[in-house]
Design a protein around this ligand. Structure first.
Ligand SMILES: [Fe+2]
Length: 173
């Protein structure tokens, strides 16, 4: 590769062509990057609780949280790639996740199993709400493909909330 070509390539903007327009790219990308940071934060918190849960319902909770963590993790690549398809840029580091995440970390030494389930239920509920807001942004710009992905992830989030609710409801401490 000639030196000039390399230079041009290095300085060229990472703008994938999209007919949705610059505003759609900016607004939908911003919504998706915030969601992506939250999904990574929620993934790690769910794994944290999967690893540290303890007590008589250990097996049930341990397995439930692993299942949920897998589902959350599976959304991250499609969210990031959606941003790139729209011509935006996405997350580059754990540091960037920590600056953008709205899901709060929980670094406590010990959390009771029922508190774990309640906290994750609340986090998932809030993420579902933010995905609905993201869906509104997509509607404004006619971005049906991102909207359609969000509809699936909203349904998955609502399922996680349902399971976390039922699992905590039927157990006494
Ligand atoms: Fe595991």
């Amino acid at each position: 590769m000639k030196q000039r070509d390399a230079k041009t390539r290095r300085t060229a903007p990472l703008q994938t062509p999209s007919d949705l327009g610059a505003d759609a790219s900016k607004d939908v990308s911003a919504a998706l990057n915030g969601l992506l940071a939250d999904m990574f934060a929620l993934y790690l918190k769910t794994k944290n609780f999967h690893w540290h849960v303890s007590g008589p319902h250990f097996r049930d909770y341990h397995l439930l949280l692993d299942e949920q963590a897998d589902q959350i993790y599976a959304t991250t690549d499609p969210i990031a790639e959606r941003v790139r398809k729209l011509g935006g840029t996405t997350l580059r580091s754990i540091g960037q996740i920590s600056r953008l995440q709205r899901v709060m970390d929980n670094d406590a030494d010990y959390v009771t199993p029922l508190d774990m389930l309640a906290e994750l239920r609340e986090d998932n509920q809030q993420i579902v709400g933010r995905m609905r807001q993201g869906h509104d942004v997509c509607d404004e710009h006619g971005d049906v493909a991102t909207a359609s992905l969000l509809e699936v992830w909203i349904d998955e989030g609502e399922r996680r909330v349902w399971f976390l609710y039922e699992a905590s409801r039927t157990q006494g401490e």
